[in-house]
Write a protein that binds this ligand. Structure first.
Ligand code: ADP
Ligand code: ZN
Length: 519
């Protein structure tokens, strides 16, 4: 059976996505792999398909017991024998699975790291003694092994011994979120041998990114939600308390909202999560404890009421929107105060090196919020991916053009053209306006009234204004080889009649960048 046939037979798909095929070929040839793919990109298939092609057992390490069941159910439904072993099962259930493993009846076994290496390696030793050897090991959410990732889990450090126990078995580490540092840490800790590294595009073209100042954010949120009445969304807050308070406030406004955080009773968490998945609960107001592995495709928006700690976490969380590919929004409320607050948290953490890294990641996050340039570009560049300067679907790219009263500017420009007798090109007119020391201009024209009146405007801005004035019909270019600037019928109204001229503020973007600076 070819890979394409197996893909069709077991999963019902006709094509591979991203680099699935290349990754699978690497694994089948026995190589270790690190695969970075965005959430929803199709990571699971990268080890599930080899698992059915390979002779022996595939071990899948996964951090959350709750997720294992979903995955295993889905696989069994597709006719692929899979199982998990964890503390939620009775001894009888676990023994049954052990028996099936002995009979080579299971293709994929899901385990938490502490299960694999706990109780004096009993399970590891058992798995190594199986009649048909372990063929492949997949580490899901591999960034959990790194202190520098955004979701460090100490149990994952137990995986450092993996290669000692299974020296010649291909290992695939998968994650949707790892910057350069975290990637290196994953490779080091897992001791991957000469791994093939695959980094898929992280661009989520259907998500629009926005950052708003954190002022009256509840009112802003209500406006935002009002346009999305029947849609599902996740709203992240920093503290458990604020998730509950916000959920209650939203309920008071008629929204089907509830909270989710690690401090809630397990039953309540499960209830809220399921209600959200079934679309009964439209809004889940959560701490970052919510979301890992949530496979809900129609989340239309993700809001951050508070500043996330780093770009990795932020990108992971916003990535939960729009998995179905339909247009979705990510909205973040930013205040410099949040930066200071988070800095305070980081500083108490201990290990100086780690603190340093976390602070610098926090700075990168704060920078994102104050960007004068495309947010998507910044995000993609953060993960070492190239991107065009403008995405057209972030608030910076979409920002409405602000206009200002440019009458004085227009009068200066038109008057300069008039004084220069409509005989010079734009470059010369601008030099004249700016009082250039150029010999010719000085000699011939410095006595003229308008010489130097435009010193306070940069050359680049003058160029834009003059182009704009021409577009508005107050100036014209005439002559093709050396076009000179001339007045038009409309010019007099501005020069003499005081007609008001509105121009596009060339400083819009620069001004935005300097407001709200934290320091
Ligand atoms: P990830 O773990 O990367 O977040 P999943 O492995 O859960 O993503 O895959 C996301 C969705 O995409 C799943 O519904 C999966 O069945 C689907 N999928 C994966 N690979 C393909 C493919 N080649 N063609 C179509 N759908 C796919
Ligand atoms: Zn953009």
């Amino acid at each position: 059976m070819t890979l394409a046939q197996a893909l069709q037979k077991y999963f019902g798909y006709s094509e591979f996505r991203h680099e699935q095929e290349a990754i699978i070929n690497m694994l089948l040839s026995g190589k270790d792999v690190l695969a970075l793919m965005p959430t929803g990109g199709g990571k699971s298939l990268c080890y599930q398909l080899p698992a059915v092609m390979l002779e022996g057992l595939t071990i899948v390490i996964s951090p959350l017991i709750a997720l294992m069941k979903d995955q295993v159910d889905a696989l069994n439904l597709a006719g692929i024998p899979a199982a998990f072993l964890n503390s939620s099962q009775s001894a009888g259930e676990q023994n049954e699975i052990i028996a099936q493993l002995n009979r080579n009846h299971i293709k994929l076994l899901y385990l938490a790291p502490e299960r694999l290496f706990g109780s004096g390696n009993k399970l590891v030793d058992f798995l190594r003694s199986l009649p048909v050897a372990v063929a492949q090991i997949a580490i899901d959410e591999a960034h959990c092994i790194s202190h520098w990732g955004h979701d460090f889990r100490p149990e994952y450090l137990m995986l450092a011994g993996l290669k000692d126990h299974f020296p010649n078995i291909p290992v695939i580490a998968l994650t949707a979120t790892a910057d350069k540092q975290t990637r290196k840490d994953i490779l080091d800790k897992l001791d991957l041998k000469n791994p093939a590294i695959f980094i898929s595009s992280f661009n989520r073209a259907n998500i629009t990114y926005r950052v708003n100042p954190k002022r009256e954010s509840f009112d802003q949120l209500l406006d935002f939600l009002n346009e999305r009445r029947d849609e599902s969304g996740i709203i992240y807050c920093l503290s458990r308390k604020s998730t509950e308070a916000l959920a209650e406030n939203l309920r008071a406004r008629g929204y089907a909202a509830d909270a989710y955080h690690a401090g809630l009773d397990n039953n309540i968490k499960a209830r809220n999560q399921e209600a959200f998945l079934r679309d009964e609960l439209k809004i889940i107001v959560a701490t970052i404890a919510f979301g890992m592995g949530i496979n809900k495709s129609n989340v239309r928006y993700v809001v951050h009421m508070d500043l996330p700690k780093n770009i990795e976490g932020y990108y992971q969380e916003t990535g939960r929107a729009g998995r179905d590919g339909l247009a979705s929004s990510a909205l973040l409320f930013y205040s410099p105060g949040d930066v200071l607050k988070l800095k305070g948290f980081v500083a108490v953490d201990g290990d100086p090196k780690q603190t340093q890294i976390m602070l610098s990641k926090l700075d990168d996050m704060a920078k994102y919020c104050q960007l004068p340039t495309c947010r998507r570009k910044y995000l993609l560049n953060y993960f070492d991916e190239a991107a065009p300067d403008h995405c057209g679907s972030c608030d910076v790219c979409l920002s409405e053009i602000t206009k200002f009263d440019g009458t004085l500017i227009a009068q200066k420009a038109l008057s300069a053209v008039f004084r220069l007798k409509e005989r010079f090109g734009a470059g010369y007119v601008i030099d004249f306006l700016r009082g250039s020391k150029n010999e010719k201009i000085r000699q011939e024209h410095k006595e003229l009234k308008t010489y130097g009146v435009g010193q306070d405007v940069s050359k680049a801005d003058w160029q834009r204004y003059i182009r704009e004035l021409a577009a508005l019909g107050y100036l014209q270019f005439s002559g093709s080889e050396y076009p000179v600037l001339q007045l038009t019928d409309k010019s007099q109204a501005v020069l003499k009649g005081g007609e008001k001229v509105e121009l596009i503020a060339t400083q819009t973007i620069e001004t935005r960048a300097t407001e709200d600076l934290p320091f």
